[in-house]
Design a protein around this ligand. Structure first.
Ligand code: AMP
Length: 125
């Protein structure tokens, strides 16, 4: 179900539970500000999710309320995950859904990294 990104943060969401260690994840990277793990239902040969460790519903919420240190740390982590996976030369795509029109399903900010093959047009036409 797409979520309403204007709602307050819900601490029971799947990614909050992964951050608390209540659910497993195939972690590829972790630091003070970010956790990266493989998407459970990959949409490309490589599909990684990067999430901030703080409680933010969406990119909108994070960009408004996140501290400079959290935002810097998270943006650097997204770049590092892709770089460490060798994705810069072949290329990759970043995507962050916000709210119902984007079909955001998990109400904790996540950036998708898609890679591993030519990814085609940006949106289904
Ligand atoms: P979005 O539609 O942008 O909210 O994307 C949510 C993503 O989370 C989807 O690509 C799901 O496959 C992925 N997902 C849901 N549950 C899990 C989980 N337990 N571990 C890893 N990825 C998940």
């Amino acid at each position: 179900m797409p979520i309403d990104a204007t709602l307050p943060y819900d601490d029971s969401n799947i990614f909050a539970r992964i951050l608390r260690g209540e659910l497993p994840s195939k972690t590829v990277y972790e630091d003070d500000h970010a956790l990266a793990f493989h998407d459970i239902n990959p949409q490309a040969p490589l599909h990684i999710l990067v999430i901030p460790k703080g409680a933010y519903v969406s990119w909108d919420d994070f960009s408004e309320r996140g501290s400079d240190a959290e935002i810097t740390g998270f943006v650097r982590a997204v770049g590092r995950v892709a770089r460490d996976a060798g994705l810069v030369a072949p290329g990759y795509r970043l995507l962050a859904n916000v709210g119902p029109n984007s079909h955001q399903e998990v109400p904790h900010l996540h950036v998708h990294i898609f890679a591993g093959q030519p990814l085609g047009p940006m949106l289904v036409r």
